[in-house]
Design a protein around this ligand. Sequence first.
Ligand code: NI
Length: 273
Amino acid sequence: MTELPASASGPSTVPTSSQEEIRLQLRSWPEVEHYLQSCRGVIVPLGSTEQHGPTGAIGTDALTAEAVALEVGRRTGVLVTPAQAFGMAEHHLGFAGTVSLQPSTLLAVLHDVVLSLARHGFERIYVINGHGGNIATTRAAFAQAYGTAASRGLPGADRLRCRLANWFTASSVTQEARSLYGEREGHHATPSEIALTLHLEPSLASKQRPLPEAAPAGPIHGPDDFRRRHPDGRMGSDPFLAQPAHGARFLELAAAALAEDLRQFLAEAEPAA
Ligand code: NI
C-alpha cells in the first residue's frame, strides 16, 4: 500500500515496509479509508479460550488463529482485525480457565463484526478460525449477516462475501500432522496445534511432559459429560509429540494455503450489476 499524504495521515504514518502495517489496531481511520480504495478484503482471526489438556495452553486456539492470520496478512497485504479470542466452548466448561460464549452470543458478536466492517465498505470478510467448535455458529452468523446487510440497505450488501478458513483443516496441514503423528494427532489438544503454540511461545515448553494414552474421541454433549469421557481434556491426542520446529512448519503450511485461498476469494467475480 502507498502512504497517505502527510495532511491526511500526520507524522506518524507507518512505513509501508512495516510488517505490523497489516494490523487494523495500528492503523488510523484515514489510513483505513485509503486502504479501502484499493482493497475490500479483511481478515478476522477467530479463536477460543478453552482447556487444551493437562499440558496445553488455554489460549491455544486464539494464539494459533491470530498467528496464522497475521502471517497471511503479511503475505497478502490484507488488513487483520484484532482476534476474537472467546469462542463457543460450552463443552469445555468442566475445566478451569475455559471461557465460553454461548452459540447465540458468538453468532451475535460475529454478525456485528461483519456488519461493522461491511458498513465501511469491506466486501470480503475472511475469518481464520482455530477452533472446530466455532464452525457451525460462524456459518450461521454469516447467513444472518447477509440478511441484515440486505434489509438495512447497506451499499454493497449484494457484494458482501464471508468465508470461513480453518487453518487446521488445510490439506497440507492435515497431511503433515498425519505424517508426523499418525493416529496420535487425535481430535483435541492435538500435537499439531500444541506445536504451533510452542513455536510462538517458547515458555510453554516447560509444560510438556509424557502423558498416558488419551481417551478416544467420542460424541460431544454437555461439559460434565465431556469431562467424564475425557478426564484430562484430551481427545485421542498425544501433545507430548509436539516440537517447536513442527510448529514453524505448520505455520508455514497454513499461511501458504490460506494466503492462496484468500487471493482466490478476493479475485472472485462480483455479480453483474
Ligand atoms: Ni484447539
